[in-house]
Design a protein around this ligand. Sequence first.
Ligand code: PLP
Ligand code: COI
Length: 337
Amino acid sequence: MSEINWGQLGFGYVKTNCNARCEFHDGKWGEVTLTTDETIPMHIAATCLHYGQEAFEGLKVFRGVDGKARFFRIEENARRMINSAAYLKMEAPSEELFIKACEEAVKANAEFLPPYGTGASLYVRPLLLGITAEVGVKASKDYLFVVFVTPVGPYFKNGFAPIDVVIERDHDRAAPRGTGHTKVGGNYAASINAGAAAHEKGYANELYLDAAEQKYVDEFGAANFFGIKDGKYVTPNSRTVLPSITNKSLRTLAQDLGLVVEDRPIPYEEIKTFEETGACGTAAVISPVGNIYDPKYDVTFHYDAPGKVSTQLFTMLQDIQYGRIEDKHGWTREIDI
Ligand code: PLP
Ligand code: COI
């Protein structure tokens, strides 16, 4: 393994030793195997290639202050993959199989887990693919489940630093009764054009409004949205938003801080009333928002970021992830590496 400068890592692919795989044929899952192969031999008519029959997950392992390695809420990721798969009529790995494959992939790549204090972590990417050859639009009978890992730094440049974002008016990420609540590749395909345009203009990410009417805040291309005001943590309740595990955790931590949690539609007009806003997710952790620009009205909503509450939430979350405080909610799972 070549020397990795842990503190300088961005959010990209770093080659590791191997990945874990498991296949579903004839109605059952096989054994988990490890392979050094970074490629997937696949039939040219596989349903994942033509009809997007694929789902994925993203979670992290952290090296704690006490030297122990911990997954953060891996069971939640397993359940979300089961839900995503059900929506696309895919066969999903059980929670046990999901965890086993992740553990094997992490153990086989132990030297890629960034040391404590570097701000980096090991990103775990489980991927589920329909691999039966079909030409008609229908579900596969065969599936491939792959887990690879890669060491990562912050998703948005500079970590816990204010980001500028832009409201997306020209493209929708997810249809009103579509796949937005699942973690499937098609949602990201739909966001690539808007994401690229946002980056070209210097924005870290694009913020989607509800696709039906553009009246409510939905989420960012790669993270959920939250706002803070009057002692409240407010986050959109929308069928087209990915149920973020980070956001779920922040709602609990906000309650621990004595904030009232409001899980409800957020009308566009409310954006200007927040004291703080932020993006949250596994990759983003918490990224406080400095400015939200809306090209439709050529208006910028500004926040003095990072705000007090976002900073408290970020600290609490990372303290749990890095084992600096007691994990009283039982969110972490130790892995012996
Ligand atoms: N929303 C989108 C579109 C995402 O891609 C992600 C990343 O997984 C999130 C939200 C955050 O979800 P989580 O906190 O489970 O990582
Ligand atoms: C994550 O936060 O895990 C994500 O999947 C976001 C992005 C990299 C797609």
